[in-house]
Design a protein around this ligand. Structure first.
Ligand code: PGA
Length: 254
């Protein structure tokens, strides 16, 4: 059975005080309201991680993730945070290859493969992001591009390693724009990703991997998105900054 996941990517938002407030609201509501089989993941800025991790520690089904990590274990990389450091702080998930990192920090397929390795080596779960820009979709190149992003970032892994990865499909044109992919667009891409996994590994492995949709997920569209057979949850940006909206999204699995 694939895991159902509602992950909130806070990006570069919230002071520590605001973040603690948001996290405690989510924890309180989610503990009462969200089904136990749904994994709720809070992904705040780095400085908040240990405090928020303490807050959620004893709560079943609520986890903390980081937005990025460096590929090396340690060393002279001023300003960076390694997967080893995150693991030592009790973090369970790390987002890898968000489109904002690909775009603004020039993260390449090779680099993302190395970061994925670092996360897995430290026994955390990578949430590996992929997704096309609007011009690529307009030229009908989105299936090929997403297939290539996944191959570059993940297909050096063994089947056992890959089975530990969560994939997030986030069309760049839907991120922060208020424009959401239609359920048909989301479903067909998620099915495509699963097919690429099956072709390169096997069907069982493909069937076991959670694939999240990201891009303007809100309480009023999450229910129909999560009802798609190949959509296993959401990576939520803007709406994860409002506790009520995020918990409502986490409640919208059938
Ligand atoms: P959004 O962001 O929900 O604000 O569109 C999604 C993301 O970037 O993960």
């Amino acid at each position: 059975m694939r895991k159902k996941i509602a992950a909130g990517n806070w990006k570069m938002n919230t002071t520590l005080q605001e973040g603690m407030q948001l996290a405690s609201e989510v924890v309180n509501m989610a503990s009462d309201e969200v089904k136990s089989e749904v994994q709720v993941i809070l992904i705040p800025p780095f400085p908040h991680l240990t405090s928020i991790n303490k807050l959620v520690e004893s709560k079943n089904g609520i986890y903390v993730g980081a937005q990025n990590c460096h590929q090396e274990a340690s060393g002279a990389f001023t300003g960076e945070v390694s997967a080893e450091i995150l693991a030592s702080s009790g973090i369970d998930f790390v987002v890898i290859g968000h489109s904002e990192r690909r775009e603004y920090f020039s993260e390449s397929g090779d680099l993302l493969a190395a970061k994925t390795n670092a996360v897995l080596k430290n026994r955390m779960t990578p949430i590996f992001c992929c997704g096309e820009k609007l011009e690529v979709r307009e030229q009908n190149g989105h299936f090929d591009l997403v297939g290539t992003q996944i191959k570059e970032g993940l297909f050096h892994l063994t089947a056992a390693e890959l089975s530990k990865v969560v994939i997030a499909y986030e069309p760049v044109w839907a991120i922060g724009t208020g424009v959401t992919a239609s359920t048909d667009q989301a479903q067909e891409m998620h099915a495509h990703i699963r097919q690429v996994l099956a072709e390169n590994y096997d069907q069982d492995l493909a069937d076991g991997i959670s694939i999240l949709y990201g891009g303007s997920v809100k309480p009023d569209n999450s229910r129909e998105l999560f009802a798609c057979p190949d959509v296993d949850g959401g990576l939520v940006g803007g709406a994860s900054l409002k506790s009520r909206d995020f918990v409502d999204i986490a409640k919208s699995f059938q």
